[in-house]
Design a protein around this ligand. Structure first.
Ligand code: ADP
Ligand code: MG
Length: 328
């Protein structure tokens, strides 16, 4: 069956049956607005991301379930980067009329499974027909205690720069897909099914350990660059200290230029954060507790700008880096 046969209202009433109101949802799908609670004394966090067919994903490379999961994770990652707890999700869809209902069902399945993993409820959205590509717009809302909000602007010279997890895996998978190769399972999973680091973001905020934080969606050079600009500081990153997965290291050994993907590839969805040097000892226990690598990759300077230092102590200033939708 095609979505055109199910219809907008058929789709919404099915969706409504799949989403009994979650925690804090006074009114969810089915009224003109959602009516939602946030804990007293907390700030509301709101973020939106678009996923557009041919720009962010290709139908032939992705399975619908993982696309549903990813569309949640990339939004929740922004909530994590502020130190917040994700709570509510909104899903706006522009659907080509010939889309198979089985594909949409698998997408919604993945979306709701990821929402449950992060403790968030689907509370509303909008659905219309697309005359062209499939468009998915997700809005995530969360909250953070007012005194624990972590922005991009609080970093100070001397703070150490940390990143979670490993860098470059998703970009390497994408490069292999674009070259017509099949990435190995680990890399493919990092690209199609990234995890948002909500536990880490919340823990850093609650301990008031991070002076500034950003999630790595556009690549380390670009996202760290935003943090440096917002904080009015500079930074030095030792490229030999970047955390790399065994799969990435294997590819890098054959092609050293791939290091660029760990620096500027994007879609890592790890957290980059800065910590005052006197509190560095708190990070190894936190990493052990979360089961997530937290790696010191450099430090902040009085600046300006970012300097990359390689294993031979050669310094270079990177280009702006990051993906710009309107560039070239
Ligand atoms: P309105 O015309 O008042 O905006 P709609 O008919 O667009 O209402 O939507 C009816 C209800 O279904 C609303 O509560 C809306 O939030 C929800 N809804 C519509 N599309 C989606 C979707 N793709 N995901 C989640 N909820 C949706
Ligand atoms: Mg509407």
């Amino acid at each position: 069956m095609k979505i055109a046969q199910l219809g907008e209202f058929g789709f919404i009433s099915r969706l409504r049956r799949q989403c009994p109101p979650g925690p804090g949802v006074r009114l969810g799908i089915g009224d003109d607005c959602a009516a939602l609670e946030i804990p007293p004394g907390e700030l509301l966090l709101t973020t939106t991301d678009l996923l557009l067919e041919q720009v962010h994903f290709r139908r032939e490379w992705t399975d619908w379930h993982r696309l549903g999961r990813k569309s949640v994770a990339v939004n929740v990652s922004d909530i994590a980067a502020m130190g917040g707890t994700p709570r509510y999700l909104f899903l706006a869809l522009a659907l080509p009329a010939d889309l198979e209902v089985t594909a949409l069902d698998a997408f919604i399945d993945g979306f709701l499974a990821a929402a449950a993993d992060y403790g968030a409820s689907l509370a509303g959205g909008d659905t219309c027909r697309s005359p062209g590509p499939l468009l998915i717009s997700v809005t995530a809302e969360g909250s953070v205690p007012a005194g624990e909000l972590v922005g991009r602007s609080g970093a100070r010279p001397g703070d150490a720069i940390y990143v979670s997890g490993t860098l470059g895996d998703s970009a390497l998978a994408l490069r292999q897909l674009l070259a017509g190769e099949a990435p190995e399972a680990f890399l493919a999973e990092r690209h199609h099914n990234p995890s948002a680091r909500t536990g880490l973001g919340r823990a850093l905020a609650a301990a008031r350990l991070a002076t500034a934080m950003v999630d790595l969606s556009d690549g380390l050079v670009a996202d760290l660059g935003h943090l440096l600009t917002a904080s009015g500081v500079g930074g030095r990153v030792a490229t030999a200290s970047l955390p790399l997965s065994p799969a990435f290291r294997a590819a890098l050994a054959a092609e050293p230029a791939l290091l660029e993907l760990a620096l500027a590839g994007g879609e890592d969805y790890e957290l980059l954060f800065t910590v005052p040097p006197e509190r560095a000892a708190e990070l190894p226990p936190l990493a052990a507790q979360l089961g997530l690598a937290l790696t010191r990759v450099g430090e902040l300077t009085s600046g300006p700008g970012l300097v990359l230092v390689d294993a031979q102590r050669q310094e270079r200033t990177p280009g702006r880096g990051g993906f710009d939708h309107f560039a070239g």
